[in-house]
Design a protein around this ligand. Structure first.
Ligand code: SAH
Length: 409
């Protein structure tokens, strides 16, 4: 297999750390006329306290009242926030709005999974997925419109990239789902876990994602324990270190191959941050949080990375990780059966190969789970999220051309 042709574009984006400035430009070009008022959804607790104190000249605890109205009771109209005085409500109208993203489509699956298509601006939409399971409800949240990386087996990659989501657009997905599900954060929890595993690379949208995760973990927000919020990354090493400094969430890393040559083919970012460097960053992350484990995601593709020698090499890598952090089961492997999408050249590994792969890992005493495929009847399974992306790279049109010509990724 050869590396995708447009990898160069993505690496250039990364090298220049150019995603942020480009995003600002993109937003300016297509977003509706900017509203000078602050969107309360863009602020976590500290930000909102500062806003009340510095911008409105009010007491900081007012921020707490407003957060509860929004995240616990789903009230977005200041006039319905009855414990705020009339004068304060008028001030809020003048300086602030509570603007959640718009649900364009709600699609339930036969297995209870629900997918929402959520509009971010007139031209872009992302997807969020709710996955209920015994005693838990997990929401899979997107962090970008499209993705600037170009993992060869991911459907989001074929959409190209438009921009980072704002904090309000990230937490807005949680708000939309929680409201639709009738979630009451401290009484009736329908939403017990959030995984940053939707569209996009969350660590390329660092500040907004961290702020949104703060609200998820805040008692005035969704009250989720640290370990119930998981960030999944394709392996941006400096940002993994930064994450360890500012927050305490569970880390999942998209490994997909135990050796560099194969990983680079699947996750081109590996060229910049090869496996050894990535594993060292994971060790630092785990050591910083005593007793924390790191989950390594491994999508199994037929004949590509699912052979016994891959399992053995993966087991070696995982054992080295456990030794480095001096903790049994510090590394967990989550095997994901590949979810196909139109035009892909990969296939899902046969059931018996998945079981054999898991058995080899377990025999090597590596804690291994297989992710059950959920919501694939509504294209909501891992790697199938597409949304609507006004691509700013050439990737979407190139993929369409290849598809029309009978080829794929
Ligand atoms: N960009 C982040 C977040 C995406 S999380 C990351 O790479 O971690 C989604 C997970 O599903 C990742 O592990 C991703 O590699 C995996 N994935 C992508 N496409 C897939 C597919 N078609 N089938 C199964 N898993 C896939």
């Amino acid at each position: 297999m050869t590396a995708p042709r447009d990898t160069a574009i993505d690496i250039a984006l990364l090298d220049a750390e150019g995603v942020r400035p480009q995003v600002a430009a993109a937003g300016a070009a297509i977003a509706p006329a900017p509203d000078a008022r602050t969107n309360i959804f863009d602020l976590d607790r500290t930000g909102l306290e500062d806003f009340f104190e510095q911008k409105l000249g009010e007491k900081r605890y007012r921020a707490h009242q407003v957060m509860k109205w929004i995240h616990h009771r789903y009230v977005t109209d200041f006039d319905q926030m009855t414990d705020l005085g009339k004068a304060l409500r008028a001030k809020l109208h003048e300086h602030a709005v509570v603007r959640a993203p718009e649900v364009l489509l709600e699609k339930p699956s036969a297995d209870g999974t629900i997918k929402w298509l959520i509009g971010m601006d007139p031209k872009n939409a992302i997807e969020a997925v709710y996955i209920p399971d015994k005693g838990r409800g997990t929401l899979c949240v997107s962090s970008q419109v499209g993705c600037a990386l170009n993992c060869s087996f991911c459907s989001t990659a074929t959409q190209g990239f438009n921009r980072n989501l704002t904090t309000s657009e990230v937490i807005g997905q949680v708000w939309v789902a929680a409201r639709q599900l009738g979630n009451l954060p401290h009484q009736r929890r329908r939403l017990t876990n959030v995984v940053m595993m939707g569209m996009g690379e969350p660590l390329m949208n660092f500040d907004n994602v961290v702020r949104a995760m703060n609200i998820m973990r805040d008692d005035l927000g969704y009250g989720l324990a640290n370990k119930r919020v998981t960030l999944s990354t394709s392996g941006l090493v400096p940002q993994i270190d930064r994450l360890g400094e500012v927050c305490d969430v569970s880390l999942a890393v998209s490994l997909h191959a135990p050796v560099d040559e194969l990983r680079t083919e699947l996750v081109p970012l590996n060229r910049k941050y090869p496996i050894e460097m990535l594993m060292e960053a994971c060790v630092r992350y785990a050591l910083r949080k005593k007793g924390a484990s790191v989950t390594f995601e491994y999508t199994l593709m037929k004949g590509v990375n699912d052979q016994p020698q891959h399992a053995r090499e993966l087991a070696r890598l995982m054992r080295r990780f456990d030794n480095a952090v001096q903790m049994k089961d510090a590394a967990k492997v989550n095997l994901i059966p590949f979810n196909p999408f139109p035009g892909t050249r990969y296939e899902r590994s046969p059931e018996e190969d998945i079981r054999a792969f898991q058995k080899l890992l377990q025999e090597a005493r590596v804690l291994t789970t297989v992710r059950r495929t959920r919501g694939d009847d509504i294209d909501a399974a891992c790697g199938q999220l597409k949304g609507q992306v006004m691509d700013r790279t050439r990737r979407q049109s190139e993929f369409r051309k290849r598809l029309a010509a009978g080829g794929g990724t």
